[in-house]
Design a protein around this ligand. Sequence first.
Ligand code: ADP
Ligand code: ZN
Ligand code: ZN
Length: 704
Amino acid sequence: MNHCLSVVVQTPAHSAIAPILCYQSELPLAPGTLVRVPLGKRETLGVVWDESAADASPLPELALRPLSGVLQGIAPLNANWRRLVGFTASYYQRSLGEVALAALPPQLRDLSPVQVGRRLKRIRSGAVGDAAPLAAAQTLTVEQTEALQRFHSEPGPFLLFGATGSGKTEVYLQAVQQLLARDALAQALVMVPEINLTPQLEARFRERFVGTYGEDAVASMHSGMTPAQRLKSWLAAHQGVARIVLGTRMAVFASMPTLRLIVVDEEHDPSYKSQEGARYSARDLAVYRSQLESEGTAPGQGCRVLLGSATPSMESWHHSRAEGGRYQRLLMPSRVGASASSTLPRVRLVDMSQQPKRTVFSPPLLAAMQERIARGEQSMIFLNRRGYAPVLQCASCDWKSECPHCSAYRVFHKIDRSLRCHHCGFTERVPRACPSCGDLDLVTVGRGTERLEEQLCELLAEWRRPDGALVRIARIDADSTRLKGALQEQLAQVHSGEVDVLVGTQMIAKGHDFRNITLVAALNPDGALFSCDFRAAERLFSLLMQAAGRAGRDASQGQQSEMWIQTMHAKHALFTALKKHDFAGFAAQQLQEREQAAMPPFSFQALVRAEGRSQEVAQGFLQAASAAAADVPDFERVTLYPPVPMSIQRVANVERAQMLVESASRVALQRFLAGWHEVLQSTRRLPTHKGLIRWAVDVDPLAI
Ligand code: ADP
Ligand code: ZN
Ligand code: ZN
């Protein structure tokens, strides 16, 4: 007898194909089974889904086709995984197939079942024969001990609010260690925001666990891995062989049948929010997933979730408030090794309105750097703009280095004398003369890291290290690290002490554990102070706190470390709070403003973005979909704002517009979006919106 199976396959976001397809099978197959199915002329990977066959619709023009094969030897993806995928698809307004298939390693799709079977055999299972002892764990500080105790005795979710260098990683390590020791099957998922940070973390986890649990017990998952590596890690996690999975946001979808702990390090980091496809927040999904994995389990069983940060997101901070919060807040305010040298860096503000115009390095900052160099210590200068100069301009006419395809200027890169658009990539050699009037006098406006490096070389040319050698300056940004392995190499040079002054973008501000850096300086971070994005201040504060956190991490250092900020607004409340390392004060003030203005986390938002041949088309589509929304459920509980051009409104000749949808209720917003989806789809099909290229919804957007 033939069975009718529901299967999800990869389908384009708003395609007309039903989200779940039907296939014939001679055998009944459990939901979650990986299968290969015919789709049109192709054959593709699918996942057997829960819906009874009656709910699923067959491809409109085709009779029920038999499935082509089953991926033998791979256990079905379990119900919790399927629910996580189902939730993600509906919450973030994408198709089930898109989310499900994107959550699987690409090679599962591309290899034949036989090839996958071979990979499967290569994974060594289980612990190593004679268990080597665990690498010695550190003796915990009082704060670490208390945090871990509460972590074990309370239900969570937890927000570990720990200063930079307070030893949060050690808390994660020991939480995992105690879990694995207690439960012979348990798996833990540890997430970090950036690929660049995974090698450091992986090294620490390997050192701690591989001896006892075997080589394959620690698996990584991030987009920098080869397809073969990704498949291997995925299979190891899915089979329960990998006891610990370390990864970036994509790892939140790892199939881990016995998941008991999720750690989200630097939980405030914007890179947990995906910026394409289903724009999910891996941090939020981690919390959801832990709930899901805990349903129906005995208290203290289930899956715990631990978010950690020195500068938590306003959302998590608010959720962990003393009264009425859903999260437990664990506090670790002190740096490890409470000597004077390991206290948090002193924050020094330089009021640039008191300096001569066009000063780049104020004299006191220069003097401080020179002092550090003379002592053999390292400094880090941080400027959030790469390239040599953001604009090239003609001195005699109006010409500026605009990108012909975008509403933005092309950046002057001196190293290869190019003008490069950082939005569409359009690159040309720098013209010898002004393309408009022929004048030879082209001047740079503003500065980026490349120019900063050049200026520093001149300024420090006369200075010497303690060993008499010239001062060495290095630059780390997206340009200097384009080649594979370049970043690791450059970081190694910083760690080994070869470099005296490190110049870079926010790439260097995050997470790296630099031992000998005792001075960090941020040049001109003022842009964010007056941004129209209500999250800009929060981002700046956390970036500066994180950057400051790079300084003085080595307790053996005798010197007080310093964070310098050159600003035109030295009296700004944000800097006052930063000076006192007063995150709580800053957060209280931010949350108060947001509550008054009914902004997240006191309201819920979604953005609809539209891209079209012209701004009229993009906005017209949003306008029409908005006008047609009146009959959608919960329409009266949401506010639809008028469409506006995006801040960079044209990229690669595509005009972009967006529209904000807001509600005081998350449930109402969700219900409205679910109902509105069809309206958007049918609006898009109207001949009046022919020039529309695409549209997408971003739920809980981070940048507005
Ligand atoms: P965070 O993640 O909070 O910034 P880390 O976990 O990186 O901090 O810890 C900072 C430094 O302190 C690391 O070098 C770490 O090895 C060390 N450390 C952490 N906990 C302890 C401890 N209990 N005793 C001694 N050193 C510790
Ligand atoms: Zn000109
Ligand atoms: Zn461009």
